[in-house]
Design a protein around this ligand. Structure first.
Ligand SMILES: [Zn+2]
Ligand SMILES: [Zn+2]
Length: 435
């Protein structure tokens, strides 16, 4: 109790002293004031003066009074009551309780703040660590691109050097042959000159022995155009087309797996377009086939590495697409969500885009994408969706599939009476580069 009282700085101690009777050394009981302004308890001063006849004195200052006179001091009475109340057990207990509670709330708040500081520090570390990892990742991606370009450049320059060397060799050979021919002609000329300078020395019965005449074509003008054609070309675009094939991941040229198609899905002959139809397509029974939902998978499944593919949805008003685990139940009607093995993006009513979480996560898109890009990173278990018109990120799942997964599509059943447009798998470049 003393400790608790000491913890509260207040002038109560001195006030209590001021309100203490000098006779009983306790708080005043019915305080009265003498003519000298000193206060005492009424019982104390009465007892003190009891038996005294004639003048009385103040026990404190010894001032004499002719009679036993004092005044009740209501102000002091009220103050004494206040001090008494504020030092009562109940009051002290309350005060202690309040102190304890305030202290506890401070302690909790402090703990909360300290945790928050720790979280801030953890976050700082995480941001720095993830940032550094991402920097390394981005650098690696660009290094790969630079490497492709560097290799292409080296290859082109080496080829150019080889061709230049060949052209130089050709000219050199021609030059040497022609020089040889000139020397031989000169030998012949010397022989002929000798013969004609001294005709009397020989019987000019026949021409001197001459070397056979060497046939050499006259040097053609070098065909600069033929030499330059291959290099004076849209070199950047040609290189970019080659580079495109080396991208990792570049767009995968998917095809639909007809064996998985719901009987109301019609797949084009080249297996790159799927459209829902009213009539049931004749089909073989297959374990892989979706029988309840109007779904279809791609023929290409992935369980490692990073993969990206693009799908054209055009102005179709309703679709689902994304990734499905190989293990999904094809014969049941299931809500699409990661928990059931589907990582999807969906469109309803031509403008309501959602991520296939449970419940759906509505997405606010600036524009309606006509082409969607899907990125699957098997190691990072990430499934991301892009607006392939401008490559803006639409949504990313970070709890992607474990094990083998397939590109997933649902053309849904259209409500409209118009013939629904198909879902198309896009292949880049449209005309395959061979070799
Ligand atoms: Zn007293
Ligand atoms: Zn006095």
């Amino acid at each position: 109790m003393a400790a608790a009282a000491a913890a509260v700085p207040s002038p109560k101690g001195s006030l209590r002293e001021d309100l203490t009777c000098a006779i009983c050394c306790d708080l005043f009981t019915e305080p009265v004031m003498l003519g000298c302004m000193h206060h005492f308890c009424r019982p104390c001063i009465s007892r003190y003066w009891r038996g005294t006849q004639g003048p009385v004195t103040c026990p404190q200052c010894r001032k004499e009074f002719s009679s036993k006179q004092f005044q009740t001091n209501y102000l002091v009475t009220a103050m004494v009551e206040k001090v008494r109340a504020s030092t009562s057990d109940t009051y002290i207990k309350n005060l202690e309780k309040q102190l304890k509670e305030t202290l506890e709330s401070h302690r909790l708040k402090r703990e909360e703040f300290i945790n928050s500081i720790r979280r801030d520090k953890d976050n700082t570390d995480t941001i720095k660590r993830v940032g550094a990892d991402l920097q390394a990742h981005v650098k690696g991606e660009f290094r790969a691109l630079h490497q492709i370009l560097h290799d292409e450049e080296t290859c082109a320059l080496e080829q150019l050097s080889r061709e230049q060397e060949q052209e130089l060799e050709k000219v050199q050979r021609h030059l040497e042959a022609t020089e040889l021919a000139v020397r031989e002609l000169e030998d012949n000329m010397r022989a002929l000159q000798q013969a004609s300078a001294a005709p009397e020395n020989i019987m000019l019965a026949e021409l001197p022995q001459l070397r056979p005449y060497v046939q050499v074509d006259i040097a053609q003008e070098f065909d600069t155009n033929a030499f330059s054609n291959k290099y004076m070309a849209p070199l950047q675009y040609i290189t970019w087309r080659k580079m495109f094939k080396s991208l990792n991941p570049g767009p995968s040229p998917l095809t639909f797996d007809v064996d998985t198609a719901h009987p109301n899905i019609h797949v084009s002959r080249d297996k790159t377009a799927a459209v829902e139809c009213d009539v049931t397509v004749p089909h073989m029974d297959h374990d892989k086939r979706f029988l309840q939902c109007v779904n279809i998978l791609a023929a290409q499944g992935f369980q490692s590495g990073r993969h990206y593919w693009e799908v054209e949805v055009g102005s179709k008003a309703k679709w689902d697409l994304g990734v499905a685990s190989e293990a999904v139940d094809r014969h049941a009607r299931i809500k699409l969500s990661p928990e059931s093995g589907y990582w999807t993006l969906r469109l309803r009513n031509g403008r309501e885009y959602s991520a296939g979480t449970q419940p759906w996560t509505r997405l606010r898109l600036g524009s309606a994408p006509h082409r969607l890009g899907v990125f699957l990173d098997c190691e990072e278990r990430r499934v991301s969706f892009y607006n392939a018109d401008d490559m803006s990120l639409l949504y990313s799942f970070t709890n992607g599939p474990r094990g083998k997964a397939f590109p997933f599509f649902s053309p849904c059943i259209s409500d409209g009476s118009q013939k629904p447009p198909p879902i198309k798998l896009l292949h880049y470049p449209p005309v395959a580069l061979s070799g």
